[in-house]
Structure formats: C-alpha cells, structure tokens
Design a protein around this ligand. Structure first.
Ligand code: ADP
Ligand code: MG
Ligand code: MG
Length: 939
C-alpha cells in the first residue's frame, strides 16, 4: 500500500489529531484536533513532514504518489466548499502554511489568497460585488507570491520591502494613513505595479495558472525549512534539523471583506501575569498578519482589557462573535489543559479559528496558571507541580523592571554592557566602588549598586547593604554570585567590558565614564547593565515573607505560592534545609519552609565588628596560652550567635561546621592594614609581617584548613564545641528542645574524625554536667575529600551523619581550583567539552558516582546514617533530582532557594514514581508475551 502523505481536516472531523505533531506539524495537528472538537475551522489538508524529509533526501524531488494525493485532496476541498480551484465564477482560494512539530513562530513562510489571477479575480468581484475587497486580496497575494515563491526581497540591508515601498508611495500620494483607506482603483493599480516589479527584478511573469501557483508555494514552504532564519532559530533552540516541516493547504476565509470582518490573535489567559482572563487583540477589516505586523494599532478584544475608553473592543463591536470566541477559548483551554495562543478570523460576522498552540509565558504566568488549573479541576496537583520549574518560582521573588520603562531605556540607547545573570531580578541605584562606601551610603539612606572587579569575604556587609552587585570578573559560582544568591541580591558578574578604577572611583565602559554616585540599573535576569534609573516593582511574596509590609491575607500570589509548595511537600521524600550563618538568614529560611539548617559557616561571623581583632589575635598568638586567651574572647560572641540560631530553629536540627578556611584568609594583606593591626596588638610590624608570610600558602585550597586546623589546634575545636553546647544548654533551659549537629569539615581519614570527635565529646560532657542539662547533639562529618568518600564505611562508624560538601568534592574530583577555573571553564562550556559548569550543576557521573559509593559504603556499616548535601548544588534542580535518586535524606541550600528546592524535590519523587510505573507496565507486557509464547509452545 502506498504511504499516506496527505491528511484531511474540516466539517467536524479530521484524519489526524493533536498527537500527530511529528507527522503533521504543530499547526496541522492542532487544526485537525480543533476540527474533531467541532470548532469552526476552514477545511483543508496537511502534507506530512515525511514529504519534507523525502524532498531533502532526493534533491528537491517529491515522492511519486504525492501529486495524485494532493489532487485528490484538492478535489475533496472543492466539493466541501462548493467552489473550484481556478474557476472563473466561484474560485476556491487557499492559504499555504508551514508548520514543524516544534513551533518556530514567524521563521518560515505562509502564502494567502492563492488561486487568484486576472480571471478569477473577476469571479470574486461578481460574487461579492466588492471590487475593493477582490483587489485587496489580489495585491496581497502577488506581494506574497513575489516574496515567498520568487524570493523577491530587499537587495541590501537599508532597503525596505520593495512591495511595501510601492504601497507607501501610493498612500503618500493619496494622503491617507492606512491601506484600508485606498479605493479599489488604487488596489487595482497596485496589482499591475507589483507584477511590473516582479518582471523587472526577477525577469519572469507572475504565474496565472493556479496549479503552478500551488506547487510553487508548496516547494517554497519546504525550502523555507532551510532558510538562514529558520536554521539559526533551530540552532539557538536546539531543534533537530531533520525534523522537517509539514505544509497545510487550507480554504481561505476573509477578514478583509468589510466592517463586519476582522482578524486577531489571543491568549486564553494572560501570558504575562497568568491571570485567568481572556487577553487578545484584533483589527477590523484586515487579513493575516496585519495585527502582528503593526500596520494599524490593534484593538483589545474585550472591555476589561481596554485602556483607551475611545477604542472599541470586539466585545462591543461584535458581541455575538465575541461570545462565540469566549466559548472556543474555554473549550481549548480545558481540552488542551494549558494556556493557548490562538489565531482567528471573522468573515461576515462568522468566527473561524486558524491556529492554536500552547502559549509562551513568563515564569510568573507559568506558576499562576498551574495553580489556577488545579483549583479549576483541570490539572491534578502532580501535573501542576511538573509544569512549574525552580526558575519560575525564583522569578516570583525578584523585583522586576517596569516593562514599558525598560523598553524605553533600550530605545534611548542606555544599555551599557552585558555580563552573566547571576542573581535574577531588577535593581536601580547609585554606583559605589567599595564595600565600606556601600555601607556608609546605605546608612545615609541611599540605594546603592556595589561595583567591584571581584568581591571577597570582607565585602559581605557592603554587599548586604547594596541593592545590587556588579563585578567585572568571575563566573556563576564566583564569590559575588554565591553570596548574592544566598542574600537574594540582584547580581551581574563577569561583565568584562567594565574597566573599574578604584582610585579614581569610576568605571569606563566603551566611551562612557560612570563615576561614583551615578545611577545604573541591573537586570539580573538577563545580565544587562543600563545607565540611569529604571523604575522597579517589588516582589509581592517578599513583601509578605521578609519585609512583612503586606499581610498574607491580602496577597493572592503569596497564598498561591504557599499552596503550590504545600502540594510539593505532599510528594517529596527529601528534606529541605538551609545554609544560614545568622539569625536573620535562619528566620528567612524558616519562612520559606526550611526544616533545619544544613550548614552554618562559623567563620562568616568572624568578620562582624570587633570579632576580627580577636580572631587575628588568636591566629597570631605565640603559644597555647595566648591562643586560649584570644579564644576566650570569641567564645561569648559565638555562643550568642548560636543561641540566636537555636531560638529561631527551635527543635529543628542546626548543623554547625567547625572552622574551615585557612587562617591566612583572616589576616590583613596591605601595608596599611598590617601597620594598624600591629599598633592595635602592640606587636612589631616586622614580626607581624613575618607571621603573615609564614601563614601564606601556595595552594590554600589543599592546605592547612578544615579538620587539619582543629587537629593542630584542638583548642579551636574545643572553644567552638563549648560555644555550641553552652548555647544549647541555655536555650534548652528556656524550654526549647534544641538539636545541634556538629560537623567536622574536610575529613579524608577516619582517624581525623575520631580525633575531633573526642575533642567535641570531652567538651560537651564537661559543659552538660556543669549545666546539668542533657543536649541531644550529634557529631558528623562533611564528605568532600575523595578519600573520605572511598572509605565512607570506616568513617560512618564514627559519624552520626554525613553531609556532602560538593563544592570541594567537585574541585578535588576534577582536580581544578574553583577560584582559578574562570580562566578555562567558560571556554570548556562554550566548546561543549563540558556541557555544564560542574560547580553549578552536579557532575552526576564523576562526583555523583563517588557520592553513590559513599552512600552505599556509609550505610553498609551504619544503615540508618543520616546523609545530606550542603554544597551549592543542594539548591539546583538537576542536582536535587540526583540526590533523591541516590537516597539522600535532605538537601541544604541558601534560604532564598529553599522554596524552589521543595518543588525540585517533589518533582524528583514524581519522576521516580512515573519511571517505576513505566517499567512495571513493560514487565507486565513482557511477562504476558512470555506466557503467550509458552502456551503456543505447549500446543
Ligand atoms: P505563522 O506560522 O507565521 O503564524 P500562519 O500559517 O499562521 O503563519 O499564517 C499567518 C496568518 O495568516 C494567520 O494567523 C492567519 O491570520 C492568516 N491565515 C492563514 N491561513 C488562512 C486562511 N485559510 N484564511 C484566512 N487567514 C489565514
Ligand atoms: Mg500563525
Ligand atoms: Mg568544603
């Protein structure tokens, strides 16, 4: 039997349906689906994508059966319409439309009004008694014929569309603004001038034979699959090139037959906000792309959407048609169970649908639509959870630029540069070039953007005081990016076009100089940097959760947000903790739903106020006594911090890591700083300098840090353990049953953990007996050194829990230093040597492989070992999915990522259940097959 290349649709039924996108293209498949639903669709037929593939494989030749199948389909269409193709009295006119399985809006070509020629146009005039309309169709067709079929395009980039130039010239001569104002005689003249243009430019005559026109258009659509625009679009969107396009030939309906006609586009819900309101635009007496092409300003489809009281909505001008359109809207929205982007035409008060597809939307809308559709009974909770991404949720937390103001800024040419979009959102403020200035200006009530070549731990407070952070160097996992994410700051990093000059307090971008105090605006969602102020709108959810300036009852978005996260909690198995160093961060984390703290970096508190002096004194002490004296000063400060954390986290686990970074990081480096510290400590400047020098390491990442510090200086671990347990005892006396978990970093050998565990336990016993309080504490370790992972069975015997430190583990497994990776990592990702930055997305094969080993080994000696992750990966969707599969108990991430992590954890669980259902089904099928063949054999 010959292959079927042509599929019919129309009159309430169709050969195809929405499932057949790969064969019929999205447009063809959905036209068939709409026909099956009884929605009014002009009848037609679709030539399959297989023909496109064949056409390219055989050097622009069609399969032998195609001609007869197309002729047959055309015959069916003629009968259906009661018209004949090329008939001088009642001519059938068609559109020839392109459409691939994945929509590529506007990338390929469409021809309308095909079948018109000097004879049939007379038929159309006789039939409609409307010469103007007939010539309007004819002139449009010749222009599209010239453009699409003959490739008559502008010859150089400054030239406009040559057909447009001719019509504009005529409009000017007639002193009219719009095409629709030109009388029939002018349109008739245009037809002749267009034909002349084709003759001059292309040295051919416009084809009068409709069959020639049709095949010309079909080839043109297939050829358009490989036009440079389409190729570029596919590359950008990773659409396979061998998919091919289908061609749909469809009877024309006319929106340009007068004032009771029109054409429009609409979304079944608002694509920017997701609100369940019908949203769209239309034009009276217009055809095809007129609405999108901006030939006239389109009008709103309904009253609700009107901004100008003088404009007339479709609801007002053609209320019956609008009613019908609303019914179609709700049918499609419910049937597809998703927001649709639709195209329609009205011919003489009759509505015709020409296209439907799932509509593109913002993260905000994506979220809102999913939640609403559950409430409307359209989607299950599970489906809704799978429709929203972590990125969408994060977008909800960001302030945004007012879209109109941003468009104006782009027009005004204030775009300065582009970097990496490290912290999504929008921020406008005045430029400062140091963390100190940021704090100072902020105290004076200024909103500032901190601009640095790159940031360092000393800048934390200045970063916190800034609205946004901009750096010239560094990648998505640079210090600035990491801290910005933890703080929820808008951040653009690695903006290499900036020449920052700290001395002169200015930066140069191209030929522009931006000085301290000048305004810039950062779009952290796109990575763009603008000169000047662009107004922003704050995130409603943060106004409820963080600022508490909005009551939860008053915010629908907040309620929806909480509802979706509540559903996520019903599905997820992974716990979600937060990385938080300070009470306010812990508070935020809890507000986002954190069930514990997975990492408190004690050293982050060392930079606060006077503390750094005590820290330095401890580091520089000549002997144990001196160190203990300095540590005694730190003890009460650390204890207060921990009490703050415990009071907020209450009975939830709080994981506190003992000191991790190399000591050198806490010492001053510049002459001036060394000078002032020497004076403060009453120490010789040379002696201090010598001490700083000896502490310097060639490779600090692999140097004297982590548990190595605690083993050499057990008094540091002891002081920290004391601070933790004393804090726990005191808070427990307040009636809160606290759960501290003390975490020893950088363990590679079980003996290291044994050593540190002894120090902790000894201190804890002593403190608890002194207070007469029993605290339920645990001692565990980070798994972040490959040897630690490989000997996890031994380590587990001494550890109450594991937490994967995947930042260090990635560095050590790959053998790269994150701080130096900026020199080659972007090039690696660009050249696709690596698909992703392994510091951003967990490398599941290598680093993940090692985690898998560690989980299995660890649980082989301690089956109920609690295991989590506290590296940056703990907040990233694909990494969370991996953590679920490998059997972790929890993930821990920065407070602002907690909500998205709850979603990702639910998605991981749902994916697993679905995959399991699929394999079960397969097994059942296979076993049935097996028993069937067994019974045949018996016979
Ligand atoms: P694109 O893929 O670029 O959107 P389409 O094939 O959808 O191209 O065609 C563009 C527009 O042309 C449609 O939105 C519709 O307004 C108009 N159009 C296409 N086919 C017909 C038809 N048979 N009758 C009336 N208008 C049509
Ligand atoms: Mg379209
Ligand atoms: Mg580490």
């Amino acid at each position: 039997m010959a292959s079927k290349y042509v599929y019919l649709f129309g009159g309430g039924k169709a050969d195809g349906n929405a499932q057949m996108k790969h064969l019929l293209g999205g447009k063809g498949a959905n036209l068939a689906e709409m026909a099956n639903l009884g929605i009014p669709v002009p009848p037609g037929f679709t030539i399959t994508t297989e023909v496109c593939t064949y056409y390219y494989e055989h050097g622009a030749v069609y399969p032998p059966d195609l001609t007869s199948q197309v002729e047959e389909a055309l015959h069916w269409l003629e009968q259906n319409m009661g018209r004949k193709f090329g008939d001088p009295e009642r001519p059938l006119l068609v559109s020839v439309r392109s459409g691939a399985a994945i929509s590529m809006p506007g990338m390929m070509d469409t021809v309308l009004n095909l079948g018109l020629n000097d004879q049939t146009v007379q038929g159309l005039i006789l039939e409609t008694q409307d010469e103007r309309f007939a010539y309007d169709c004819y002139r449009r067709f010749i222009a599209m014929y010239g453009d699409v079929i003959l490739g008559l395009k502008p010859e150089h980039k400054d030239e406009r569309d040559p057909f447009e130039e001719i019509i504009d010239e005529l409009k000017e001569k007639r002193k009219v603004e719009f095409d629709s104002e030109l009388p029939a005689s002018d349109l008739k003249e245009l037809v002749e001038r267009y034909k002349g243009l084709i003759r001059v430019r292309k040295k051919v005559e416009f084809r009068q034979n409709p069959m020639d026109q049709l095949w010309g258009a079909i080839s043109a659509v297939f050829n358009s699959w490989n036009n440079p625009r389409a190729v570029a679009y596919r590359e950008l969107n990773e659409i396979p090139a061998d998919m091919g396009t289908a061609v749909t030939v469809q009877a024309m309906v006319f929106g340009n037959m007068g004032e009771d006609c029109g054409t429009g586009v609409a979304f079944t819900r608002n694509p920017a906000t997701g609100e369940n309101v019908f949203y769209g635009e239309y034009l009276i007496n217009a055809q095809g792309e007129d609405v999108v092409a901006g030939i006239r300003t389109p009008l709103p489809i309904n009253k609700q959407q009107k901004t100008d009281p003088n404009s007339l909505s479709l609801e007002e001008t053609m209320s019956e048609v609008y009613g019908e359109l609303e019914r179609v809207r709700s049918t499609l929205d419910r049937h597809y169970r998703d927001m649709q982007d639709i195209e329609f035409t009205i011919q003489k008060d009759k509505l015709w649908m020409l296209q439907t597809r799932s509509g593109k939307r913002t993260g905000f809308a994506s979220f809102k639509i999913a939640v609403d559709m559950v409430r409307e009974g359209i989607l299950s909770k599970e489906e809704a959870l799978m429709r929203v991404t972590a990125d969408h949720l994060n977008q909800l937390l960001r302030p945004t630029f007012d879209p109109k103001a941003k468009a104006e800024a782009v027009r005004d040419g204030t775009l300065l540069a582009k970097g990496l979009n490290a912290g999504p959102g929008a921020a406008t403020g005045r430029v400062v070039f140091s963390a100190q200035d940021a704090e100072k200006w902020a105290r004076q009530g200024e909103v500032v953007i901190l601009v640095r070549i790159e940031t360092s731990p000393e800048d934390i407070r200045g970063m916190n005081a800034s609205r946004g952070i901009l750096t010239a160097r560094g990648g998505m996992t640079s210090h600035a990016a990491l801290v910005a994410r933890q703080m929820g700051k808008v951040c653009v990093v690695g903006c290499s076009d900036l020449e920052v000059d700290y001395q002169k307090r200015r930066m140069i971008v191209g030929d522009r100089v931006i000085r301290e105090g000048n305004y810039v605006s950062l779009d952290g969602t796109t990575g763009e940097v603008y000169l000047g102020q662009i107004p922003t709108r704050p995130s409603e959810i943060l106004r409820v959760i963080i600022d508490k300036s909005l009551s939860p009852k008053k915010s629908e978005i907040y309620q929806d947000y909480m509802a979706l996260l509540g559903w996520a909690d019903e599905y997820r198995r992974l716990g979600v903790y937060a990385n938080a160093d300070q009470a306010n961060q812990a508070e935020e984390a809890v507000a986002f739903g954190a069930e514990g703290i997975g990492l408190t970096r004690t050293e982050h508190m060392f930079f606060e106020g006077e503390r750094i002096d005590a820290v330095r004194e401890m580091i520089l002490a000549q002997d144990l006594a001196g160190r203990e004296q300095a540590l005694a000063k730190l003890l009460p400060m650390q204890k207060e911090d921990f009490k703050g954390l415990f009071r907020i986290m209450r009975e939830k686990p709080v994981t506190i890591r003992t000191l991790d970074p190399p000591l050198h990081e806490f010492l001053p480096h510049t002459e001036r700083e060394i000078h002032s510290l020497a004076a403060k400590l009453g120490m010789g400047e040379d002696l201090l300098k010598a001490k700083v020098d000896t502490l310097e390491e060639v490779n600090p990442m692999l140097g004297h840090r982590g548990c190595r510090l605690g083993i050499v200086y057990p008094e540091i671990t002891a002081m920290q353990a004391r601070a933790i347990i004393e804090a726990a005892c005191e808070v427990k006396q307040e009636g809160i049953d606290v759960h501290p978990e003390i975490m020893i970093p950088l363990v590679g050998h079980v003996a290291e953990l044994e050593n540190q565990r002894r120090v902790v336990e000894r201190t804890a016993e002593e403190v608890m007996s002194r207070y007469g309080v029993k605290v339920n504490y645990r001692v565990g370790t980070m798994i972040e050194v490959p040897r630690g992972a490989l000997t996890a069975d031994q380590i587990a015997e001494v550890a109450d829990f594991f937490s994967f430190g995947t930042n260090d583990l990635t560095q050590m497994v790959f053998g790269i230093s994150r701080d130096d990776s900026g020199k080659f990592l972007p090039a690696y990702v660009e050249a696709k040597v690596w698909e992703h930055d392994p510091f951003h997305r967990l490398d599941q094969v290598g680093v993940g492989g090692l985690m898998d080993i560690a989980v299995k080994k660890g649980r082989s000696t301690k089956p109920d070992l609690k295991i989590g992750i506290c590296g940056e990966h703990g907040g990233e969707a694909t990494s969370i999915d991996f953590c679920h599969r490998v059997g972790l108990d929890y993930v821990s991430c920065s407070p602002y990522r907690v909500a998205a992590a709850r979603l990702s954890a639910a998605q991981a669980a749902i994916r697993e259940t679905r995959a399991k259902a699929r394999t079960d089904e397969k097994e059942v099928r296979n076993s049935r097959k097996g028993s069937a063949s067994a019974s045949t054999r018996k016979r």
